[in-house]
Design a protein around this ligand. Sequence first.
Ligand code: ADP
Length: 506
Amino acid sequence: MDVPAGLKIAMCTSEAVPFAKTGGLADAVSSLSLALAALGHEVKLIMPRYYGISRDKLKKLEGAMGVPMGGGEEWCAVYTAVLPGPEEGGKKTKNPVVVYFIDHEQFFGRDGIYGSSFEPDFLDNPRRFAFFCRAAFQLCRKIEWEPDILHAHDWPAALAPVFLRYGERRSAGEPGSFANTASVLTIHNLGYQGIYARDNFSYTRLGWDVFYQAGFDDWNMMNLLKAGINSADKLNTVSPNYARETLTPAGGVRRDGTLRYRGGDYSGILNGIDTAVWNPAQDKYLPAPYSAANPEGKAKAKEALQRRFGLPETPELPVIGMICRLSDQKGIGELFGPSYGSAWSICREMDLQFAFLGSGEGWAEYEISGLASRLPNFKAYIGYNEELSHLIEGGADFFLMPSRYEPCGLNQMYSLAYGTIPIVRNTGGLADTVQNYSQETGEGTGFMFDDLTPSAIYNTVGWAVWAWYNKKKDIEAMRLRGMKEDFSWNKSALRYVELYKSALKR
Ligand code: ADP
């Protein structure tokens, strides 16, 4: 098959900034789409229109769209918008990424993307996302656009490659046949696989032979990501090191065998960061711009952060920043666990300040609020706040990420770009992006530890704080080294193009 020069790429995703976000997936999908468009590819992004995305600023496509589901058909509307991206010389880009929102009141007209605080995983999620994936094909037919690549992200979109392989890809020549479309599935986090009762399988409209052939079965349940892994033409995850880890029983979350089976088609491509949004030289949330060449503005950001969090505005004390979803993946048990977590001793015994931003599991929110009320040098904001996240990245001296596992991790890359030295566990994408400090040579960009234990976190934060007070030159050199690294999407977008081309040669 000839590989076209400018590819037509359909991104199927449940999240994309600035429209809907629970984590790094949303950042990655949008910035990858923009980077591919900048390379001259035609990218369309397909996602649900959740209740929180106002219809006011969207354009409605004419007519309703029928989507075959289960034994019948569901009807929905489609809205469009342009994915906001950097402007070229003050002008709008010539090759915009168009977003298509699938609008279905019953499935998506509610608060929450996957669940709410009362119902963390909506009961009808298999039905909602089966509908969404089927709708992606109907949409392409409606707008008479056949993509070269169908790029699905994580379990909510994992049915799209399954549908393509089992039914939607028909003989060439038929209208809307997808005969030349290849599929790519990106796993942003193997910890979430979309596992539901198998009674839900009827919504997929696939036969029971496909249930077994595509490998949906998972201990008498239905596993959407597993079927996607088996069906996509090519697969990848978001860092080379995490790709290796997921092939082992320790890191494979019961999918290591499935992934090993697809070994030749599976790789790791490091996420980039959106340098238009995450750039201290032009960050609208910082009091003053700064860069590796002119780093003075960082002190102002530190002062602003201390003021904002109610910490004494002293430049002498190191500030440890942390931003995260409060979930077990992030090592929060070892850090904040009642009585055994090390945050209490870190703040009690070391001369530092700690600024935390995040939300998630109730017990952790409770513990963190408790620490904030008892420790004068520990301040926390429980909730989601874009502005504060920029202020922490800019104003902190160190950034703590003691993750149990980390497919790629964006915050450590933001930290490096902002001259904020990461303190991270040696795992997943953290190991690909941070180099451990060497006291002998002064080399490195961060502080790393291997075991996830409260004492390893304590000791490594202690090491970083020791270096802050005793190795000032090394700390300054590490900051600048991190700021000079290139974490933009340029390299990674090209690697995705290579992956697409190899998928087309299936
Ligand atoms: P994950 O996707 O596992 O949550 P990442 O580090 O890859 O972790 O990405 C997390 C993204 O979400 C980052 O952009 C981070 O700044 C952002 N984020 C997480 N929690 C919050 C919060 N409470 N407020 C603002 N941004 C947050």
